[in-house]
Design a protein around this ligand. Structure first.
Ligand code: ATP
Ligand code: MG
Length: 419
């Protein structure tokens, strides 16, 4: 009997080349996510990925690490034996016997079993087992029995064997105290008692690359996370007005990326100076259009970088009507500066919803830190809420945009994050 972790992924709409890509990336990402944990091996079998942790493995750490891997629909801690009905019956009855006896130090599976119990919630940690069910599934139809037959045969055997221990023991299909899952696949039988929900989504790297415009606020880090969840690799660009402002926003952004990096294992941040552009706008352009002008420059610089690094879209944390720069008119005028698609996963979200998500993924704390960033520099007293494109273009004609953008790109710094 071997200790294993069984990974399941959603297979819907995965066919041919797409599926191979998905599986390959998922295995690659799991390996990166588990880099610091000891495993015998990680292998792929039809529709599942199996991890063989070392005997002394710390199961709780595996649970935490797998929570950062997108593409997993659920996973389980369990055991692998051979796909032999007699062996399955005996093993399962033995495991349940110890559980019914309430004896947690189980010699059969030893420390691993105990660790699994501690790492899981729900049925598996219930102390008293009176009802159970067998849920068998065969991946190959050439196994001599159907799933129904396996359920019945093993269920009867377990009842018969354990009757003496517990007279009350019975099968219950809905909400049993313990659900015994058996999967028969490629000559193996995989046994487990609990399904742990994964992050879902697609493995990072299967949907190309995007460039996130990240500030140290709440919205943009979570927006970037949403794109990672859909399989995009996310690079980051942050605009700063250093040394006119402090380094707080830069440091906050670095801390935020360290958290987001846990989900994609390697990240790149570009720090782009906006101060010279802001000074030009401050001295030459109409005050109420400053913010929208800043934003058009941000988009242009980000677009130029995106083409260079092979990113197919920009991502922002904008939400309709949240602030003056996010009115329909202003978003339209800002958008007009570039031709690259701009993804705004939160355009229809309330702040409170975004904050709830920030708490879940772990960015909340750093986004709550005070910071002074480029957007708060030279802010107009009455920013335009309904900018008109013609007007904005007229103001821009007073600037040497091409030169300003070129200089900002040349001065950009690159920071790498490793897992
Ligand atoms: P956030 O919470 O993401 O900062 P916000 O509600 O504060 O958003 P704005 O400050 O108007 O809204 O910014 C809108 C979007 O523009 C941000 O979500 C982010 O994608 C981008 N952005 C703002 N400031 C910067 C910056 N300094 N560097 C890079 N991108 C930025
Ligand atoms: Mg902001």
């Amino acid at each position: 009997m071997k200790n294993i972790i069984i990974i399941h992924y959603a297979e819907i709409a995965l066919k041919g080349e797409n599926r191979r890509n998905f599986e390959k990336k998922l295995v690659e990402n799991i390996k990166l996510g588990l880099k610091n944990l000891s495993c015998e091996k990680i292998s792929r079998i039809s529709g599942r990925i199996l991890i063989y942790p070392k005997d002394n493995a710390e199961i709780k750490k595996f649970k935490t690490a797998l929570n950062y891997v997108f593409g997993i629909s659920h996973f389980s801690f369990g055991w692998e034996i051979s796909a032999d009905l007699e062996e399955i019956k005996i093993t399962l009855a033995e495991m349940l016997k110890k559980r019914i006896a309430g004896n947690s130090s189980i010699s059969l599976c030893g420390d691993y079993f105990e660790q699994c119990r501690n790492a899981q919630d729900g049925n598996f940690i219930k102390k008293k087992i009176v009802t159970f069910r067998i849920t068998a599934r065969r991946a190959e139809k050439n196994f001599p029995k159907t799933s129904e037959e396996i359920n019945r045969e093993i269920g009867e055997y377990v009842l018969e064997k354990l009757k003496v221990k517990s007279e009350k023991l019975k099968v219950k299909l809905k909400n049993p105290d313990i659900n015994c899952f058996i999967e028969i696949v490629e000559g193996k039988a995989l046994i487990y008692f609990e399904k742990i929900k994964g992050q879902g989504g697609l493995p990072v790297g299967t949907s190309g690359k995007v460039l996130s415009l990240i500030s140290s606020g709440f919205d943009s880090p979570v927006a970037a996370w949403r794109l990672m969840k859909r399989g995009a690799r996310v690079d980051f660009i942050h605009f700063h007005s250093y040394p006119r402002t402090g380094k707080a926003s830069i440091n906050n952004v670095k801390n935020l990326i360290k958290i987001l990096n846990k989900y994609q294992f390697n990240s790149t941040l570009y720090l782009a100076p906006l101060l010279d552009i802001q000074r030009e706008i401050f001295s030459k352009c109409e005050e109420r259009l400053r913010i929208i002008l800043y934003r058009r420059f941000m988009f242009r610089i980000a677009e130029a970088l995106a083409w260079k690094i092979g990113a197919g879209a920009l991502v922002t944390g904008e939400s309709l009507g949240q602030v003056a720069s996010q009115t329909l008119e202003n978003i339209g005028v800002a958008n007009n500066a570039v031709s690259i698609p701009i993804f705004r996963p939160f355009i229809g979200a309330d702040k409170i919803e975004i904050i709830d998500e920030a708490k879940k993924i772990g960015t909340y704390e750093f986004s709550s830190q005070p910071y002074e960033d480029c957007c708060s520099l030279f802010t107009p007293r009455h920013p335009a809420t309904k900018a008109r494109l013609g007007q904005v273009e007229f103001e821009e004609s007073k600037l040497d945009s091409e030169k300003l953008i070129k200089e900002a790109i040349e001065k950009m710094e690159k920071v790498e994050f490793k897992n």
